[in-house]
Ligand binder design. Structure first.
Ligand code: ATP
Ligand code: MG
Length: 364
């Protein structure tokens, strides 16, 4: 049996016109690292708060380690949590902030000391232990907030955007610290973020939500390679997947600007005879400009003019108009193109995504 089970969970805040979370079903295995992602307001915090017990579950059932939790008080759920706005106690030192929760739990003094020292060590906070929060950097404060949660040594660890207040560089280093911490502690973890990169890099599985409804659950690469709908396809991956309103006629894909590409049999077979208007998607790295691919796919070579270049260092994003939309191709740093260059390119046919024009669901 899964360690955490959410069964048809719904949340309707008192007085709200509609649900904030609808029919949330998920089974989480022990020690798994799960990320909830989705745009602002999609219900991530609400779901986490229901698991923690700070928000009532309107409908459905929550089980942790086989026990029904709906009516169990937060402190009896075996959960540690880092909140979206972690507030440290300003008048307490780092070590007091970390140990305070244990004191409240009536843990014996020697154990409090042992656990606090352990957390301080693990999080590299030793030289700051006597400082107060106002004299710490954002990243150090963030680590104190983590320390406060990990000393409780609970089986379930919930984190709500724990890195949201940090600058880009610190986020990256804290990202790997949290991953390491998870491997060391082995707590079953749910990590909320609206940053798809964090979800992709840290999670065993990602739950992607929109308007209170789960869109897809899967391993990072499953979501990246096989998004079930246009929303997931567009949310996961940066730069965003390129989308086009196309019409499929026979083996031909027609774009609004009159461009066309020919689909090979193995791709056509997946479409199962479906023709007519649909949405085509392709990721930037699956648009190829190199001679070998241009030669292999010479019936479908397209051309355009570069109208913006983003230099990322390791790779470049080339912007150009194609198929009635702005298109972004991701090319290696060795494929240098300048603003105004004419380029020829092909779409890798096996990397094309097709979505129903009305439902926006993936066609295969
Ligand atoms: N206490 C509340 N009362 C009424 N509605 C609420 C309450 N808290 C949240 N909501 C609504 O529920 C929906 C989900 O909110 P939630 O905070 O769970 O989103 P989120 O995914 O965590 O967003 P963010 O990324 O901005 O933190 C939103 O439409 C929000 O306005
Ligand atoms: Mg939130």
């Amino acid at each position: 049996m899964a360690f955490i089970q959410l069964k048809n969970i719904c949340k309707k805040y008192p007085g709200a016109a509609k649900n904030s979370v609808t029919d949330f079903n998920l089974e989480i295995e022990e020690k798994e690292f799960i990320a909830f992602v989705g745009p602002s307001g999609c219900g991530k915090t609400t779901t986490l708060q229901m698991i923690a017990g700070f928000e009532e579950i309107t409908e459905g059932e929550l089980f942790i380690d086989g026990k029904r939790m709906n009516q169990v008080a937060p402190r009896d759920r075996g959960i540690a949590m880092v909140f979206q706005n972690y507030a440290l106690y300003p008048h307490m030192t780092v070590e007091k902030n970390i140990s305070y929760g244990l004191k409240n739990m009536k843990v014996p003094a020697d154990e409090i000391k042992r656990k606090t020292d352990w957390a301080i060590n693990l999080l590299g906070l030793d030289e700051y232990r006597k400082r107060k929060p106002k004299n710490l950097s954002g990243g150090q404060r963030q680590r104190v907030a983590l320390g406060r949660a990990i000393v409780k040594n609970q089986k379930v660890f919930l984190m709500d955007e724990p890195l949201s207040n940090l600058d880009a560089k610190l986020r990256v280093s804290m990202r790997s610290e949290i991953s390491k911490l998870h491997r060391q502690l082995g707590s079953t973890t749910i990590y909320v973020t609206h940053e798809q990169v964090e979800a992709m890099t840290m999670a065993d599985r990602i739950v992607i939500m929109k308007d209170g409804v789960i869109q897809q659950v899967g391993k990072p690469m499953e979501l990246y390679e096989h998004p079930v709908n246009k929303f997931v396809a567009g949310f996961i991956g940066s730069p965003q997947m390129n989308f086009y309103d196309v019409t499929v006629e026979g083996s031909c894909v027609l774009f609004p600007d009159g461009s066309k590409i020919i689909l090979p049999d193995n791709v056509l077979k997946n479409l199962n005879g479906k023709t007519g208007p649909m949405i085509l998607g392709i990721r930037g790295e699956d648009i190829k400009l190199d001679g070998l691919n241009l030669d292999l796919l010479k019936d479908s070579v397209q051309s355009s003019v570069v109208d913006n270049v983003e230099i990322m260092g390791n790779e470049n994003n080339l912007y150009f108009n194609f198929g009635g939309s702005t298109t972004i191709a991701r090319v290696s740093k060795y494929e240098v193109s300048q603003l105004g260059d004419s380029i020829s390119f092909v779409f890798m046919p096996t990397k094309l995504h097709f979505f129903d024009k009305d439902t926006e669901e993936a066609l295969f």
